[in-house]
Ligand binder design. Structure first.
Ligand code: PLP
Length: 371
């Protein structure tokens, strides 16, 4: 198989690793995790997303199992983000409030959908980098979308000033010193992925590959692991090498803002600074960090679709690919493979965090990956 030649970019062992369930659940409390599952599992059309076995890839890599959690099927929103923003909207909704957020795409879609479910007004701020397709998706849920000149940070600033002026409730997924509760809710929402997995297989997961942008998904799933898994797997954080803010923060033992010279094709993960609560969780819970280049994204996306990894055709968008790229890259490096115990007893979990959320980009990558 051609793509078994992948290499990773950087690898870093976390010298401060010290996983402790109570410590993790101090930052995303257990009662929030329980409430998230209770609430979301009652939503109309809730059902668990599939957990596939990438049996063909597994045969090539010589592991025990590779599980792929397919979030392309999450509530027709095609990404795990459906669990976070929409749940936070429900928790804080009172009659007639207006909710707002800044977004690169998927988070805003979740907030817009959550607002529509509860018949609330919704204002979404996006930078000029957000595609028309993503904007149209949010408008479909009745949100007013406001374009802001500049980058994501500019759209966030505008969202904050306008929301203050108009008394709108901001639903942001990034936590800072004085903004914790709503991001905690979004992470609690994500954690139900792990609860589902704990019911979908009786194999103990030994390694979990978690992709990170600002780290909310990874930290939410780590909280899920602390709550629902009987054994703690090795936690491996995967990032684009163009935007490796988790790796750089763990390396320098402090929350670091990095410079992104070229945005990654994995748009949802092209972030320059971690969210605060995820930093507090991941700085201890992460075993190792790995970064991957954009080079292999199209090929993995096409291999998922064309059943090269499994018996099922899987629609995985650009952000769904880095776990597989990192896994193959690690297996190709005998030293790293040994260091993190990847062997015939390993049960791997990768997170297929999105489907074809940006249809135009998906089609482009699919045809590129098939060449
Ligand atoms: C599809 C997708 N994957 C991964 C991420 C990264 O999540 P986080 O920023 O919470 O680390 C995002 C964030 O927008 C995303 O949209």
């Amino acid at each position: 198989m051609q793509n078994l030649k992948f290499k990773y970019s950087k690898f870093l062992l976390n010298k401060n690793y010290n996983f402790n369930r109570d410590y993790v659940l101090k930052y995303v409390p257990s009662n929030l995790l329980i409430d998230a599952y209770k609430t979301i599992s009652k939503w109309k059309s809730y059902r668990r997303t599939p957990l596939y076995n990438l049996n063909k890839l597994n045969k090539d890599l010589g592991l025990n199992n590779i599980f792929y959690k397919d979030e392309s099927k999450r509530f027709y929103l095609k990404s795990f983000k459906a669990l976070g923003g929409a749940y936070a909207v429900e928790k804080i909704s009172k009659k007639k409030i207006t909710v707002s957020c800044a977004t690169a795409g998927n988070h805003g879609k979740s907030v817009a959908w959550g607002a529509k479910r509860l018949k609330l007004k919704c204002k979404i701020f996006v930078s000029q980098n957000v595609s028309k397709m993503r904007i149209d998706e949010m408008k479909k849920f009745g949100a007013e979308v406001i374009r802001v000149k500049g980058k994501y940070e500019d759209s966030l600033r505008k969202c904050q000033t306008q929301s203050k002026k108009n008394n709108w409730n901001i639903i942001q997924d990034v936590s800072t010193k004085n903004y914790r509760y709503i991001p905690q809710l979004t992470m609690a929402g994500y954690s139900i992925l792990i609860r589902e997995i704990s019911e979908q297989t009786n194999q103990y997961i030994t390694h979990i590959f978690l992709q990170a942008g600002v780290g909310g998904l990874a930290a939410g799933l780590v909280a899920g692991v602390a709550k629902y898994f009987k054994r703690i797997p090795k936690i491996i954080i995967v990032e684009p090498d163009r935007a490796d803010c988790v790796l750089q923060s763990i390396k320098s033992k402090k929350l670091k803002k990095i410079k992104i010279r070229n945005e990654s094709i994995m748009g949802g993960m092209s972030c320059n600074k971690m969210s605060l609560i995820p930093w507090q969780i991941l700085r201890k819970a992460t075993n190792c960090c790995i970064s991957v280049s954009d080079r292999n994204v199209a090929e993995v996306l096409a291999s998922l679709k064309d059943k090269k990894y499994s018996n099922t055709s899987i629609i995985g968008g650009e952000c769904a690919t880095p776990g597989i790229i990192a896994l193959i890259g690690m297996c190709n490096d005998l030293k790293t493979r040994k260091l993190i115990n990847l062997n015939q007893n390993s049960n791997i979990l990768v997170i297929g965090c999105e489907g074809n959320t940006d249809l135009k980009l998906y089609k482009h990558l699919l045809s590129k990956g098939r060449k």
